[in-house]
Design a protein around this ligand. Sequence first.
Ligand SMILES: [Zn+2]
Length: 110
Amino acid sequence: MEGVPRAAIIAEVSRKMTEFTAALQERAKTHIKDHLVMVKEQSLVNEMVSKGVVAVHWCGNRECADRLEEIADASVLGTEVRTDLIDQSQGNCIICGKPGSVVTLIGRSY
Ligand SMILES: [Zn+2]
């Protein structure tokens, strides 16, 4: 890289890093998309969570979360996970059926 100003090298490296990060994020996103599924039936939660991350409607009650973790044999990851990959509209809690429940993700830790 003789004759190339130092600043230009730094700029180039920084550009490459940004590209690299973007590619990683894109790959992670694709991975999540391939493994994220919205489930509306309690009976399907366990099967689907064994394949990836499951999104369900949950009313926010601790008892429902406990029941969910029991049938899924997995952890409720929380409702903070905001992703455009899943439908974020409200629905009925998959456990108690309460309307206006929000989407939460359930997954097994690897
Ligand atoms: Zn509930």
